[in-house]
Each structure stands twice: as C-alpha cells, then as structure tokens.
Design a protein around this ligand. Structure first.
Ligand code: ZN
Length: 486
C-alpha cells in the first residue's frame, strides 16, 4: 500500500510539473529516447542524463469540457469582477488573459468539430506543428481506388506515409471489411478508438505506431490474399485485425526478459508471465472501456465476450516464448484442418497475428531493411541499460557482439520460413513463392554484406553458434526471444 501511495504521489507530482490535466497521458523519455517508467525506483537525473516529459492529450472531447478549463474560466471571471470592483475598470492583463483563454477554447472547438483534426492531434504540446501537418495531409490525401487496392498487398510501403495518413488508412481497412455495418460501429467512435490507439504507442525506435500500422496492414493484406472473408466469420476477422492493431500497445522498448530481470512493475503485476503481452492487452481493453472509443459497444454481451476472449488469446500468442507451442499445434491440425472447427480456427487466428507481427522480411527489401535498423537500435538501447544496471546482458542485443547479417539469415531460415511454409500448405493461393523469393534475396543481401565485413570469420563462428541454438528453438533460447521484439 505504501508503494502504491508513493507511486501515486510521484505521478501527481509529475502531472503538476507538466501542468497536465486528468485526461492527459504522461510519457517520460531518457536521453536515448527510451521510455522511462515513472515509479519510486526512478533514478536521479543529471544535466547529462536528463529526462524529457511529453504530455499526450488522450481525449480532446473531455479536454474542451474539462473541469480544469471550466475552473480556469470561472476563476478568471471571479478575478476580473474583484479587480473591477477595486480599481473601477478591467486591467489590461486580465483582458489579455481572457482573449488567450477564448482563443484556446475556439481552437479546441475547431479541433473537436473537425473530424480530421480531432482524429490526428496526438499531443497538445505539439498542437501547432501537428495542425500544420494535418492540414497539409488532409488537403493532399485522397484514398483513391488505387491506394485501397495497394493497401491489400504485402508490398505496401509504410515509409511513404505520414502517421496522420496511416490513421486514415486504418479507417479504410475497417470500412472496406464492412466492420462498420456488421458491428454497427459509428465512424466517430472508430476514429476516436484509432486515435487513442495511436496515443498509446510510444515514441521508441521499433515498437511504435508505425510497427502497429505495418502489422495491421499485413494482417489486412493476408485476409484478402487468402480469401479469409469467405472462410471465416466477420467476428473472427474483427478479432484478428483489432488484435494486430493493439498487439504492442504502450510497449516500453524493453522485452520480457528485461522486465523480469529488472523486476519492473509489469513483471510484478503479471507474475513474470508474458508481462508485455498481458499489458498490451489490458491497455487495449482500457481504451475500449471508454464509451466514446468503444467500437464494440453496440454488440450483445455474448458477442463482446467472444471478441474479448479472442483478442486476449491472439495478443498473448505474440509472445515468442510460445512460438513452438503454437506452431506445433498448427502443424498437427494441417492435414485435417477444418474451418468450421472452433479449436482449429482459434489456432489459425493466432498464427495469422504472429505471421503479421514478424513479417517485415516478407516485404520488399527497401521496406524491410530500415526496420532492421530500428530493431537493432531498440535492442542496443536495452543492452546498454542492462549494462548500466548490472543486469544480465541479452547476447543478441549487445552492440559489441551482434552480427546483423547472421541474425537475419537465421531468423528467416529458422523462424519465418517454417511459419510461412506451414501457412502455404493451408493457403496455396498465398503464392508463397513470391515470399520465398523475397526471403532468399534478403538472405543473399545479408550474406554479401557479411562477406564485405572485415570480421567475416568472427561472424561465421557466431552464425554457427546461433544456428546450433536455433535447431533446438525453445522458450529459453535467446534467439526466440529476439524474435518476440517484432
Ligand atoms: Zn509487434
């Protein structure tokens, strides 16, 4: 209880310092851009290792009607009355304050009434900047038939799109799968939901909103490619797409191994059992608990329970410590796979979310390669922190030891390829050859990069070592954990 109180007080202190309201989300980052947990165990900062606070508006509707705002207006009016009474006229400073309050109120009202603005504004502190980019994006973005079709393919290039545009594209995915009609979802509620999801992804190198978009887009593409619309029900499709969207919510940039070793709040809360995945899922349902964001609010209790159960299973399945368990189940079902069998459908849905999560290398090289750098950046951040804190250093994250080409070739050979091969048995229409072709060109490029490396011999040794560990891929093998970061 003491810890809870301390933490609560500490959070209040930061909220006060940042002048944040109750509808804001507070995010704190260290100098390397990693999210720092605001807890009593927070390390002291210094001029060189300062913290940066970011205030995110999670709910603009409440913001305009916020009691803080109302109190502010009330107090200003009270002050004005009092001063006018004493001095005889309204002082200039009060007039200035009044006009500032009015201008801010008008701005919020404009944002609230304009769906595009409402949808895209992620942070009041960045309001001016975003307003400009949103204006720019809305005037230029047209979701043409060509874009809609391209969105259904696994060659879609996320790097060509701004985050504001991605929100529009996510909306298109929900619309084009007929979810709005099938589940009676109001457009505004969907937009609020997507906006909240966007707000709850952290500004970290890999597990950010762009990763969320890519995974959701791959899931969307696979649904069309495999013709799942005619094989599964709309409910199953909604579960899969929404699970992909929410699967890494509020990821702190440090994996489960770190959470457990550092005994973080998440590890304590979830007893070391998939702490991150449990958290992602809990955050998702926290968002859905807000009526204005609840895309499931018009469903029956039974339907809601079914979707909630499905999403929990799919999101928890993204923990790579469970990779072999889930893949083996799928393998056993393959010869007798039945689309009407509840258990079979459940495993397939997990596999689809897993495939989407780790499918960067299935994309064209120009799309896939930058993602690898983002992943390594996040890995290095973790190993640096582990070294600083005296925790066990995760080998494949160590900037002094990691070999980019070998880790990639092994990841493709031992994780991605077996997964896609199994999926192709069920969906020959996937034209997995196209994927395999991309995998092999990726491997070739990695190998040629490796050859150019002066330390070829060292890499080879490391590769052989890693290969040996892959052949017995289990939850405890470090490489399997490395995949969980995707
Ligand atoms: Zn992920």
């Amino acid at each position: 209880m003491d810890i809870f109180l301390d933490k609560y007080c500490l959070k209040c202190l930061f909220y006060l310092a940042a002048e944040a309201g109750p509808h804001h989300i507070l995010k704190m980052y260290n100098t390397s851009g990693s999210v720092v947990n605001i807890s009593p165990r927070l390390q002291a900062n210094s001029v060189d290792s300062y913290y940066r606070l970011e205030v995110v508006a999670s709910d603009l509707q409440s913001e305009t009607n916020s009691p803080f705002f109302t109190v502010c207006v009330f107090r200003l009016r009270h002050l004005e009355d009092k001063v006018t009474e004493d001095v005889g006229k309204t002082p200039e400073i009060i007039c200035e304050l009044k006009s500032q309050v009015e201008a801010f109120k008008r701005k919020l009202e404009v944002l609230h009434t304009n769906k595009h603005f409402h949808l895209f504004l992620p942070s009041l502190s960045r309001a001016a900047f975003m307003l400009e980019s949103v204006l720019c994006c809305c005037s230029s973005l047209q979701v043409t038939e060509e874009v809609r079709e391209h969105l259904k393919t696994p060659i879609f290039d996320n790097w060509q799109w701004e985050e504001a545009e991605m929100l529009v594209l996510l909306q298109v995915m929900y619309t084009d799968l007929d979810f709005l009609t099938a589940f009676n979802i109001e457009l505004e509620v969907l937009q609020n939901f997507l906006f909240e999801v966007y707000c709850h992804y952290n500004n970290i190198p890999f597990h950010n909103f762009q990763h969320c978009f890519c995974v959701t887009q791959m899931m969307y593409g696979l649904i069309w490619l495999t013709d799942l619309r005619n094989k599964l029900g709309r409910t199953e499709l909604l579960i899969m797409l929404t699970s992909a969207l929410c699967h890494d919510l509020d990821h702190p940039g440090y994996n489960n191994v770190y959470q457990i070793n550092a005994q973080t709040d998440l590890a304590l809360r979830y007893n070391d059992i998939s702490p991150l995945e449990n958290h992602h899922c809990a955050v998702a349902f926290g968002i859905l608990a807000k009526p204005e964001c609840n895309i499931l609010k018009n469903l029956t209790t039974e339907q809601y329970k079914h979707i909630r159960g499905g999403m929990i299973k799919c999101i928890l399945a993204t923990d790579m410590a469970r990779h072999n368990e889930i893949l083996n189940k799928f393998k056993v079902m393959q010869p007798v796979f039945d689309f009407t069998n509840k258990d079979h459908k459940e495993v397939l849905m997990k596999i689809m979310v897993k495939v989407s999560d780790i499918s960067n290398e299935a994309r064209p090289m120009a799309v896939a390669e930058p993602w690898l750098d983002c992943l390594l950046q996040e890995f290095f951040n973790q190993s640096d922190t582990e070294k600083l804190k005296g925790l066990p250093v995760t080998p494949f994250m160590d900037r002094d030891k990691v070999s980019k080409p070998s880790s990639q070739t092994n990841f493709i050979r031992f994780v991605l390829l077996p997964l896609f091969t199994e999926l192709t048995k069920l969906f020959p229409c996937l034209q997995v050859k196209a994927f395999i072709h991309r995998f092999s060109s990726f491997i070739e490029s990695c190998l040629s990069e490796s050859e150019q490396d002066d330390n070829t011999e060292e890499d080879k040794g490391e590769e052989e070592e890693e290969e040996a560990s892959h052949s017995s891929l289990t939850a405890s093998v470090p490489f399997s954990s490395s995949v969980s970061e995707r």
